[in-house]
Ligand binder design. Structure first.
Ligand code: KG4
Ligand code: ZN
Length: 346
């Protein structure tokens, strides 16, 4: 089954073609993030305009690169929410139009469910590994930080979620405090290179508490005061930037790993831990999770492009939903900027 995926929920315009939920034939992503480097965040109106500009060239490139014609496409899958409404509508209206023109079913997919399918995507030329449920997924992006216990693609239990900021937000807001450009995750990780991650200490949220929720707003406040105190004591920001970035990055990664480790002790039946979403691109997070979990297999998406927003994960999620539940629950849908994942078939 070939699914053409479309993802336009924020500042990335992406179209992909994925075979049988896993094999990526092409995954084209145009990003308008450079436009927002100076504004410190996405300007919704501008992001939607960029989606309109980028959509058709991205679609054409995707089809060309896959080597397939429309005849070989079995379904179209599009992110229906959550996200910026203007950006989402570019994708959903385009998907419905293409579906009507090409006579293909159009499935509406929850953005986070896309991330939850991203660790199984296989880049062109690589082999797929078997899928082993039950597993634990840490899904950490700019919009959410969730821990899921998953029995199958469509049967999952939410074990924990953030009580305030998302992990990606902690990177973005922290980077902003340090004068680093948006998006904060990659720029903070870069600033941290060569820094001493033990130079500054930050509190570990919920240390010793049995629940599996996250909280990042205290870390951000702590960074603000640590920076203020360091500058007041006569230090220069450029001198302390690598150490401060590395220490703050470690604090976020420790909190995420601490909750995952606790979840594993509560659910020893899981075969592996997956980490997905934009924050899963972070190398320190991946290495710390593996250090902390020892012999448990830790799996992250195989390409950085599958961590951050991309259409291949939307096509992958659609395939697994159809396999387990059939097409009908996903054919009738609306575009929604706020959409809890619990509303999905999970
Ligand atoms: O999944 P995603 O592309 O979009 C959302 O669904 O939100 O995640 C974007 C988030 C941003 O907050 C960005 O700063 C963060 O992922 N991110 C990273 C890295 N790359 C992206 N955070 C830490 N380290 C990275 N290398
Ligand atoms: Zn995302």
């Amino acid at each position: 089954m070939h699914v053409l995926g479309i993802e336009t929920s924020c500042d990335e315009t992406s179209v992909a073609i994925v075979k049988d939920g896993r094999y990526v034939l092409s995954n084209i992503i145009a990003s308008s993030r450079d436009l927002f480097a100076l504004s410190g965040g996405v300007i919704p109106e501008e992001a939607a305009r960029q989606q309109v500009e980028c959509f058709l060239p991205v679609l054409d490139t995707c089809l060309e690169q896959s080597g397939l014609s429309w005849d070989s496409i079995d379904a179209i899958a599009v992110t229906k929410g959550p996200g910026l409404l203007g950006s989402l509508l570019v994708g959903t209206v385009s998907a419905r139009t293409l579906g009507a023109l090409r006579k293909k079913p159009v499935l509406g997919i929850h953005h986070t469910l896309g991330h939850l399918s991203s660790a199984w995507l296989v880049p062109p030329g690589e082999e797929a590994e078997p899928i082993a449920f039950p597993l634990l997924t840490l899904s950490a992006s700019g919009g959410h930080s969730d821990l899921w216990l998953r029995e199958s693609h469509t049967r999952s239990t939410l074990l924990g979620k953030t009580r305030d900021d998302a992990a990606g937000e902690a990177f973005d807001k922290g980077a902003n405090l340090l004068g680093l450009p948006y998006p904060g995750g990659p720029s903070l990780a870069k600033a941290a290179e060569g820094g001493d991650e033990n130079a500054f200490s930050f509190p570990l949220p919920f240390q010793g508490e049995p629940h599996l929720d996250f909280s990042f707003s205290g870390l951000k406040t702590s960074l603000k005061y640590t920076l203020r105190d360091a500058l007041a004591s006569g230090k220069n920001l450029p001198d302390i930037l690598p150490d401060l970035s590395a220490s703050y990055q470690l604090a976020i990664c420790k909190h995420l790993s601490d909750r995952v480790e606790r979840a594993i002790t509560q659910h020893p039946e899981v075969h592996e831990v997956q980490v997905v979403g934009g924050v899963s691109a972070n190398k320190r997070l991946r290495s710390l999770l593996q250090e902390r979990l020892g012999s448990v297999c830790v799996r992250a998406p195989r390409a950085i492009a599958y961590c951050t927003d991309n259409a291949a994960m939307i096509a992958g999620a659609a395939y697994f939903l159809v396999q387990e539940r059939g097409e009908s629950p996903y054919i009738c849908w609306e575009t929604e900027s706020s959409l809890p994942l619990s509303a999905e078939a999970l």
